[in-house]
Write a protein that binds this ligand. Structure first.
Ligand code: PRP
Ligand code: URA
Length: 209
């Protein structure tokens, strides 16, 4: 698990525990996901390169650090990825956005694609794929396959909960893509759900169950 960073900040852990609680309302779940995404975004962008720009403060000229290179790309794996995306865009409003529409077939647990739209110039950009759940990793693996086929070379994957099975599968498929997660859970159950988990992230976000 060399490629995995667990974001164990106390605020992240506290908010995540409230999200896991089955009595938490849809509105609170969505709000907490947005809040957590700001903290996770802070960690996943921690090592971005900076460059120096000459500016003038009201006091004097200075060489000021600014982000280097082209705008970031956030790639949301629909639907639930949008819960992370929205908060991340609050923090990095200039980021470009890719949408990868996938759902899990409940019988086979294979990811089924229904939509894909990404900026055309992914080659030179840092691309951060986001989805709250890394369970079997079928969805994350297919999403990253597609982003790579569109040219992405510098990728990270950000989630809220990961299962050991998913991490193993994702690392085998994409050893070059670091994973950032708020928690590493125990295992998958026989239906492919993360345990202890938080249930179905999309359903809890949008009240569809
Ligand atoms: C959930 C979740 C991930 C996927 C994870 O999406 O948001 O995309 O399952 O499972 P995996 O690692 O086994 O592929 P779901 O298919 O329920 O779609 P939704 O976001 O539209 O609810
Ligand atoms: N998708 C979810 O939303 N939850 C899980 O536990 C596994 C996959």
């Amino acid at each position: 698990m060399e490629n995995v960073t667990v974001v164990d900040h106390p605020l992240v852990q506290h908010k995540l525990s409230i999200m896991r609680d089955k009595s938490t309302s849809t509105a609170s779940f969505r709000q907490l996901l947005r809040e957590i995404s700001l903290l996770l975004c802070y960690e996943v962008t921690r090592d971005l390169d900076l460059t120096i720009k000459a500016i003038e403060t009201p006091m004097q000229e200075m060489d000021a650090p600014t982000l280097k290179g082209k705008k970031l790309v956030f790639a949301s794996i629909l639907r639930a990825g949008n819960g992370l995306l929205e908060g991340m865009l609050d923090l990095v409003p200039s980021a470009r956005v890719a949408h990868v529409g996938l759902y899990r077939d409940h019988e086979t647990l294979e990811a089924v694609e229904y939509y894909y739209k990404a900026p055309t110039d992914l080659e030179d950009r840092v691309v951060i794929a986001v989805d709250p759940m890394l369970a079997t990793a079928n969805s994350a693996t297919l999403a990253v396959d597609k982003l790579k086929r569109s040219g992405a070379k510098n990728l990270r994957f950000l989630c809220l909960l990961a299962a050991p099975e998913g991490i193993k599968a994702f690392e085998a498929a994409h050893p070059d893509v670091p994973i950032f997660t708020a928690a590493l859970d125990s295992h998958l159950n026989d239906k492919g759900y993360i345990v202890p988990g938080l249930g179905d992230a999309g359903d809890r976000m949008y009240g569809t169950k």
